[in-house]
Design a protein around this ligand. Structure first.
Ligand code: LLP
Length: 433
C-alpha cells in the first residue's frame, strides 16, 4: 500500500480521499495515484543515490503530470519510444535530462530525439549505429550515446523480463566482442560522443548479486577500452529493475541500502581494475511508481465453485480485468486486494478476483482470502498497480481504459481521464456517428 493509505471503519482512504467517495465522483475502475507517496519514493532514490543520475523509467507509467513531478523531484527521465518522448516534451521536461532507449528505433524516431536535443541515446544495435551516423552527418547535430551491452547475467526473475542473458534481443554482447566493436564504431563517428556503457539486467529483482556480476563485466570492458583504445569513458548506467513487494512474501531493499551496495561493488571493481570511478546512473521505474498506485474496482458478480477435495472457491468478478492489469495473466504475477468500502465480520473464504473479459485467464488476483459476504456494489482495492498496469493497458473487448486519479491532502484530481466510446471510435474510420 502507498504511504497515505488508511482504513477506518472498513473504508479505505488514499491521500485523504475515501475510495467510495472517489468512485462516486469518478466511477470505477480507477487507478488511484498517491502523489505524496510517488514524490517520497522519487526523493528517496534521489537522496540515496545523490552522486548518481537517477532516471525515472517512464515505461512503468508516464503522463505529463508524473513527468512534472519527476522533474520537480530532481530526477532525469528514461523514455523508450517516440510516444513517451512526446509526453515528456508535452510536460516541458528538459530534453537534456532525457535518455532515449529502444532496440529498434527508427530513423524518424532518432531524428526527433536529436532535434529535441535529448541528453543521451542508448544505442542497441549496429543498424541503429548506422542510422545515427547517417543522421548526425546529414544534420550536423551531434548525439551523446551510451552503448547498451549484454552483461551475460541470469537475473532471477520471470523469463520475459530478464534482459542480460545472451539469448534475448537487447544490447551488444560483451562475450561475442560486439560491445567492443560498437564502442570502436562510436569513437570513430565524428557526430557521436561516447558517454559510456549501459547495462540493464531485468526487472523485479531483489538480489543485488546480479548487479554485481553485471557491474564487474561492464567495468572490465571500460578498462579494456581504456587500455586498448586509450579512451576513458566517463559514465556507466546500471539500469533499473529494483523489485517491490506485491505480497507480504516480498522483501525489497530500501534505496539507501541499494545505493550503498551498488556503490561499494563499483568502487571495489574500479580499484581492482585501476579505473577512475565513472559517473553512475540508474533507471528505476517500478520501485518508484509501483507502490504509489492502487486500482479500485466494483464487484459485479460473485459465484462459488467446488474444488477437488471439497474446498470451495469464490469467483469475484470486478468491472475491469486483464485490460487494466495484464501482469497476472502475462507473468503469473501475484497481487492482493482488500474490501475498500465497508467492514465485514463474515468468515473469510478462498477467493479469486477476475475481470469481465471473455477469457478464463482474465484473473486480477489469483488467490486471496476474502470476506465470505462480498456482494455486488462492494469496492475492492488492489495495491501495487502503479507500474506496468496503466502503461500496458489495452482496449481488449473494447474496454475503456480507466482514469488515473491523483490524490493528495484530501483532494482527488484526474490526471488521465477515462476513455470514452468516442475515443475508441475515433480511430475507426468506418464509424458513422
Ligand atoms: N531501464 C531499462 C533499460 C529497462 O528496460 C527497464 C524496464 C527499466 C530501466 C525499468 O525497470 P524497473 O525499474 O521498472 O523494473 N512489463 C514488465 C516489466 C518490463 C520491464 C522493461 N524494462 C512487468 O510488468 O513486470
Amino acid at each position: 500500500w502507498s504511504a497515505t493509505a488508511e482504513k477506518a471503519d472498513g473504508v479505505l482512504a488514499v491521500g485523504g480521499v475515501p475510495l467510495p467517495d472517489l468512485v462516486a465522483e469518478h466511477g470505477s475502475p480507477a487507478y488511484v495515484l498517491d502523489e505524496a507517496d510517488f514524490r517520497a519514493r522519487a526523493g528517496a532514490f534521489r537522496d540515496a543515490f545523490a552522486d548518481y543520475d537517477v532516471f525515472y523509467a517512464g515505461k512503468a507509467f508516464l503522463c505529463t503530470t508524473v513527468a512534472r513531478w519527476v522533474a520537480e523531484e530532481g530526477l532525469c527521465l528514461d523514455v523508450c519510444s517516440a510516444g513517451e518522448l512526446s509526453v515528456a516534451l508535452a510536460a516541458g521536461f528538459d530534453p537534456a535530462r532525457i535518455g532515449y532507449h529502444g532496440n529498434n528505433k527508427t530513423a524518424d524516431e532518432l531524428a526527433r530525439a536529436l532535434e529535441a536535443g535529448v541528453g543521451r541515446i542508448i544505442v542497441d544495435s549496429f543498424h541503429e549505429l548506422e542510422r545515427l551516423e547517417a543522421l548526425t552527418a546529414a544534420t550536423g547535430r551531434a548525439a551523446r550515446v551510451m552503448v547498451r551491452v549484454t552483461a551475460g547475467v541470469e537475473a532471477h526473475t520471470h523469463e520475459y523480463i530478464a534482459t542480460a542473458h545472451e539469448d534475448q534481443k537487447f544490447g551488444f554482447s560483451i562475450t561475442a566482442g560486439d560491445a567492443l566493436e560498437a564502442v570502436r564504431r562510436v569513437l570513430a563517428a565524428p557526430g557521436l560522443e561516447l558517454l559510456g556503457l549501459h547495462s540493464h539486467i531485468g526487472s523485479q529483482i531483489f538480489d543485488t548479486s546480479g548487479f554485481e556480476v553485471a557491474a564487474r563485466r561492464v567495468l572490465a570492458l571500460h578498462a579494456r577500452v581504456a587500455t586498448d583504445l586509450g579512451v576513458r569513458m566517463p559514465e556507466m548506467d546500471l539500469g533499473g529493475g529494483f523489485g517491490i513487494a506485491y505480497t507480504t512474501q516480498d522483501d525489497p531493499a530500501e534505496p539507501a541500502r541499494l545505493a550503498a551496495e551498488m556503490t561499494a561493488i563499483v568502487e571495489h571493481e574500479c580499484r581492482a581494475l585501476g579505473l577512475d570511478r565513472p559517473r553512475l546512473s540508474i533507471e528505476p521505474g517500478r520501485a518508484i511508481v509501483g507502490p504509489s498506485v492502487c486500482t479500485v474496482y466494483e464487484i459485479g458478480t460473485v459465484k462459488e465453485v467446488a474444488l477437488d477435495g471439497g474446498a470451495r472457491r469464490s469467483y469475484v468478478s470486478v468491472d475491469g480485468g486483464m485490460s487494466d492489469n495484464i501482469r497476472t495473466a502475462l507473468y503469473d504475477a501475484d497481487y492482493s486486494c482488500t474490501l475498500a468500502s465497508r467492514t465485514s465480520t463474515a468468515a473469510p473464504v478462498l477467493g479469486r478476483v477476475v475481470g469481465k473479459h471473455c477469457e478464463a485467464g482474465d484473473i486480477v488476483v489469483k488467490d486471496e482470502f476474502l470476506p465470505g459476504d462480498l456482494a455486488p456494489g462492494d469496492l475492492l482495492a488492489v495495491p501495487g498497480t502503479g507500474a506496468y498496469c496503466r502503461s500496458m493497458a489495452s482496449n481488449y473487448n473494447h474496454a475503456l481504459r480507466p482514469p488515473v486519479i491523483a490524490v493528495r491532502d484530501g483532494v482527488a484530481r484526474v490526471v488521465v481521464r477515462r476513455e470514452t466510446e468516442d475515443d475508441l471510435l475515433a480511430t475507426d474510420v468506418g464509424a458513422t456517428r
